[in-house]
Design a protein around this ligand. Structure first.
Ligand code: SF4
Length: 404
């Protein structure tokens, strides 16, 4: 795992409105700019916003509109990301911004991902303030989640650098829809990732998510095989959409052949939401079928989520079969690990484990991170020549606030 502490500190300049010069773009001959951050490859005229709604052509330059602003902060159990083999039982400071580069009809966070009111919804926080908050609350990691951090990669990377400098790890929760140009730097900043594999069917990806399957597979292959990032995969099982036996079999076979049997796979229950309200919640039986199929395919660590199922949420030793980590939803109970080994037969268990698990439990604790006093903006919010460096010495106030 990439636990190396880096002294690289955040470098992006931004203004208090949350505008920062974006990266991964090139000017075009016709006056547009081409965004090269994700495979959608938006070509933007001056004033245009990308599909994700948070990257804009400001006078011929790419600007990220949500730098230093969040839709809210919450301390979660790491199991909620979900990550079952990464510092079990510990607290993770989670936050997201607004917008998304996918258009999933079943989006379970659509109020955030489809938000068009970035400024009104957002809480300001510098990367350093977030790292300090994580330390103050005893979090072992910070998660870039709720909406896809790929579209706010500059903010996520800078926050991860600030976290790494103080020994806090970083977790990306992402659909993996990122271009080869950006993915190396993005995942270099991360220590763990949960990557959504929404289906193993290009037609589903195109029709239901407005994206494509192959770039996601490329990301999974890259992160698992060419980086030290700890990876777990999630598949949201949607009734009569992506739950066909053949498709699940193909997906599990691909995972096994491409990234191996040690990558944990989570099959989670769908609930009707956003533009997919025409079908029921995923049944427990469907999750069990997916679980059984994956185990028979040879995957060693398979879990079900968004449902109570003690056995299928717990970790068993693939060698001796004994129960090692007992989970009920996000609550740990028995813990029979000897650091990263089975406490009975000493078989190595893939993941990032310490001698003791965390004791955060299943709580969710919304918090507020107050930003430092900032230099006032000029009357106009136009970006031209006005990007300024905000003081990095945050004075931070944490208070409880109502649920996010
Ligand atoms: S990151 Fe946003 S602007 Fe860039 S290509 Fe993707 S959707 Fe378009």
């Amino acid at each position: 795992m990439s636990a190396n502490l880096s002294t690289n500190l955040p470098t992006t300049e931004f203004n208090p409105a949350g505008e920062a010069l974006g990266r991964w773009w090139t000017p075009q001959d016709d006056g547009r700019i081409l965004c090269e951050l994700c495979p959608r490859a938006c070509r933007l005229k001056p004033g245009d916003r990308g599909f994700c709604f948070v990257r804009t052509n400001h006078d011929g330059r790419m600007v990220l509109d949500t730098y230093g602003r969040s839709t809210g902060f919450c301390i979660d159990p790491i199991e909620k990301k979900p990550l079952n083999h990464f510092l079990p039982g510990t607290a993770v400071l989670s936050f997201g911004t607004a917008g998304c580069n996918l258009g999933c009809k079943f989006c379970q966070n659509w109020d955030i991902s489809k938000s068009r009111e970035v400024a009104r919804l957002s809480d300001p926080a510098t990367p350093e303030a977030i790292a300090q908050a994580a330390m103050q609350w005893g979090c072992r990691s910070v998660a870039y989640t709720y909406n896809d951090p790929v579209i706010w990669a500059e903010y996520a990377i800078d926050t991860a650098a600030a976290c790494r400098a103080v020994g806090i790890q970083s977790v990306a929760v992402t659909a993996g829809y990122i271009s080869p140009q950006a993915r190396e730097e993005f995942f270099d900043a991360m220590d763990a990732a949960n990557i959504d594999l929404k289906s193993f069917n290009e037609e589903f990806y195109h029709r239901v998510t407005g994206s494509h399957l192959q770039p996601v597979l490329d990301t999974i292959r890259y992160v698992c095989n060419e980086t030290d990032v700890w990876v777990e995969l999630t598949n949201l099982v949607i009734p009569d959409s992506n739950d066909h036996h053949t498709e699940l079999q193909q997906m599990c076979d691909w995972i096994l052949e491409t990234v191996g049997s040690d990558v944990p796979v989570h099959f989670t229950a769908f609930h009707p939401d956003f533009r997919m309200t025409d079908r029921p919640r995923t049944s427990h039986e469907s999750l069990i079928e997916a679980y059984d199929l994956a185990r028979k395919a040879g995957l060693r660590y398979v879990y079900v989520g968004n449902i109570h199922d003690l056995r299928r949420q717990s970790t068993f030793c693939p060698n001796c079969g004994k129960l090692l980590i007992e989970r009920d939803w996000h609550q740990l109970d028995r813990y029979e690990m000897n650091e990263n080994r089975c406490g009975y037969c000493q078989h190595v268990i893939a993941g990032v484990f310490e001698s003791e698990p965390g004791n955060w439990g299943r709580r969710r604790q919304p918090i507020r991170i107050s930003a430092p006093q900032r230099t006032p903006l000029p009357p106009s919010r136009r970006l031209r020549c006005r990007l300024l460096r905000v003081t990095r010495q945050a004075t931070m106030v944490l208070t409880n606030k109502p649920g996010i």
